[in-house]
Design a protein around this ligand. Structure first.
Ligand SMILES: NC(=O)C1=CN([C@@H]2O[C@H](COP(=O)(O)OP(=O)(O)OC[C@H]3O[C@@H](n4cnc5c(N)ncnc54)[C@H](OP(=O)(O)O)[C@@H]3O)[C@@H](O)[C@H]2O)C=CC1
Ligand SMILES: O=C(O)C1=N[C@H](C(=O)O)C[C@H](O)C1
Length: 279
């Protein structure tokens, strides 16, 4: 009888992953998730120039030696990796992607706040390398997008639609990428263009609500991980569809599902609907 290889034996490791924003909230979560996954291996860790973590072991915050030093040298950080997981800022992601393209490294992008021009550039880059990009990697949020599509179609007249989101005090973009995606899903389901019907906050004498609009409200405070509610307000009733994250672990686990989905793919731009089979 042949013994099965140990779960952590090198023969089971198939995904060599670099993590960008290695000292960030998501960077830490991802390094921990990669460490815990039998089929993943940390192959690079990036932080930007000036970061106090440069040169230290990427696992130090967990008290373990990963053998990977945090670097700001993109070619050194990506050289040994098959894939980059990037949760940073749009300008950082764009710089990282340029090197990924050069080296043939795939990418899972969780960063939010891209401009339309940056999104178009990412679609161009995806002609050369395979990319999964999504404003929210959690399974629950992506299922919520599907619920919203169904609700919007069923409640297409007589209901005012408002997207309300709350996040921690450190978040720099608003509305959240997830809230914007919720707006897009609803607008698409209703045959509207979000660019034309979105209302981002209200102040002063606004006049009565235009029923064709989709409103957004943003709350920032404390350590809220991420709450999203879509309100369909009708006459005599309200429907609320909510998702609340109480941990970032779901974003990291979703990212690893995206890593596995990309295995063997040469190019193309995908999202979590592709990864989760929700399209
Ligand atoms: N898709 C999803 O499921 C999720 C997406 N996000 C998104 O991920 C991103 C990061 O979130 P979070 O981890 O909370 O943020 P943090 O601020 O905690 O971490 C960001 C990391 O990126 C680094 N960074 C910032 N700017 C640059 C740059 N120009 N180039 C390279 N690195 C840079 C930071 O370095 P430094 O510390 O030096 O500034 C830090 O290490 C946000 O856009 C957020 O919206 C977050 C959670 C889930
Ligand atoms: O910055 C965050 O924290 C989060 N950002 C993402 C977004 O902008 O939607 C996803 C999640 O809500 C957490």
């Amino acid at each position: 009888m042949t013994a099965a290889p140990a779960a952590s034996s090198p023969s089971t490791v198939s995904h060599r992953i670099a993590v960008a924003g290695a000292s960030g909230r998501m960077g830490h979560m991802l390094i921990e998730a990669v460490r815990a996954a039998d089929d993943c291996q940390l192959a690079g860790a990036l932080d930007r120039e000036g970061s106090p973590t440069l040169g230290s072991d990427a696992g130090a915050f967990l008290g373990f030696a990963s053998g990977v030093a945090v670097t700001a040298d993109l070619r050194a950080g990506l050289g040994g990796a098959q894939l980059l997981i990037d949760f940073t800022r749009p300008e950082g992601t764009m710089a990282h992607l340029a090197v990924c393209r050069e080296l043939g490294v795939q990418a899972v992008i969780g960063t939010t706040g891209f401009s339309e021009a940056q999104k178009a550039e990412i679609a161009e880059i995806a002609k050369d390398i395979a990319i999964v990009m999504a404003p929210n990697m959690s399974v629950g949020v992506n299922v919520t997008f599907k619920l919203l599509e169904m609700a919007a179609k069923a409640l297409s007249t007589g209901y005012d639609i408002e997207v309300i989101e709350a996040h921690h005090r450190h978040k720099v973009d608003a509305p959240s990428g997830t809230a914007l995606k919720m707006g897009e899903v609803i607008a698409d389901a209703l045959g509207r263009d979000l660019k034309e019907c979105a209302v981002y906050g209200r102040e002063g004498v606004t006049g009565e609500r235009d029923p064709s609009t989709i409103g957004f409200a943003t709350i920032r405070g404390g350590d809220i991980v991420g709450d999203h509610t879509v309100l369909f307000a009708g006459t005599g009733e309200r429907i609320e569809i909510s998702h609340k994250s109480s941990s970032r672990a779901g974003y990291a686990q979703g990212s690893l599902r995206a890593v596995r989905f990309l295995a063997g793919k040469k190019n193309g731009l995908f999202d979590m609907f592709d990864v989760l089979g929700l399209r």
